[in-house]
Design a protein around this ligand. Sequence first.
Ligand code: ADP
Length: 491
Amino acid sequence: MKYVLVIDQGTTSSRAILFNTNGEVVGQAQQEFKQIYPKPGWVEHDPIDILSSVRSVISTALTEARVKHSELIGMGITNQRETVVMWDKQTGEPIYNAIVWQCRRTLERCVELEEYKDEILVRTGLKLDSYFSASKIEWLLKNVEKAKELLSSHRLLVGTIDTYLMWQLSGGKIYKTDYTNASRTMLYNIHTLSWDTYLCNLFDIPMEFLPEVCPSSYTYGTTDKEILGFEIPICGVAGDQQSALFGQCCFDKGDLKVTYGTGCFLLMNTGSEALVSKNGLITSLGCQTDQTPSYVLEGSVFVGGAVIQWLRDELKVITSASESEDLARSVEDTNGVYLVPAFVGLGAPYWNFEAEGLITGITRGTNKAHITRAALEAIAFEVNDVVEAMKKDLGVDILTIEVDGGAIGNNFLMEFQADITNAVIARPKNREVTALGAFYLAALHLNLFESLEEIKLKNPIERTFIPQMEKEKRDTKLEGWKKAIRKSALK
Ligand code: ADP
């Protein structure tokens, strides 16, 4: 047998997933690593922790699945996006902790750059924000002595996690990234497909030291036998959200996936057209299998499944997330209750950091089932708001939504999403969509599949949820939600 090894390097854990050539998972291992919070709002990871967790999960997954080194034919990598690492080209040693995408240390710097926000949007498709890598790289170059020292002697390397991992696993031979990761740095011009001179100047980042950018399905180089014990090509690389979009087989323009995790992440394939959103979404590069650019529209909801954790951990009205389904179904409706989980403001399409969380429509008869039902409905309403924004930007209706993430096991949520968005919700059989994306990218390059169509045939749907709500009821519910959102945004 032959196997493809996929590394899924996430924000809280690293995973290794082994796929057979049919795309079935035959083994996996996961390891969490330390989150470092040096100051309020600052988030870091130790790059050495990241690397050792990756090496450890690779070895565990291979041992447990009894896969031999000689049976491996390729590797795919999918990773947390925007997080940056700098290291010494000679020794491989990181010069500082990785600055994680969530880290807000450059918030003020981004406020200072406000006048450049339109230029940034036009060039990168992104909103000026400290989440993206540019201001983090600038911060490291300005504040870490070692960075200045190594830069002047041409020994400094920088990268998102994919670049760091590939460099380390290849023994310093690969210094590359893929289009999806590059497009999240806020330094990459998504139209010309090149590092942007204007932005590199703006952030005072020398362009020459940035890694080479390649298609997601491509031979980046090989792993080093001395480091991993096997030499195989690394041939599929993508940031986690774009990888999930690919893993959901959203290969065509208008295809949309929603990930229901702590937050909700919506990505829509917009084909070869870079749509600049008029409705609060951002534009990035999607997985490319060759030089032809593929674009995505993206919108994130900050609090998704987290509202269910809140019901469990703070309100204590449920003891597990899955209990929310039965409780919600125990009542006929929310009895006029709306819950807006704007715990940290509102993300896409509102971008209102002042908005506050609230529950409205409470009466003497309101009970915990109504509130739980309103919390689940809120997740669907939030997702629907982003879907509406995408529809407006694209100018077409969206008929089907592919779903993944921890909360898709909740059938009530899936049914309500179908109803409120008036779209079919398609839940895949193989829920490992993020890793599956990196597998497909590698597999295409290894010629395990002849076409994207062949991949689609191998990716069955477990269940579809068909919209059943009448238009009148949907409109009334949406009206109630809009009213609640307006209240939440009032200061
Ligand atoms: P992440 O990758 O962001 O950590 P996951 O994809 O693992 O998130 O999903 C976990 C989230 O899904 C949690 O916020 C949890 O509350 C929510 N969740 C899990 N199961 C259910 C369920 N049956 N119903 C509603 N929410 C759920």
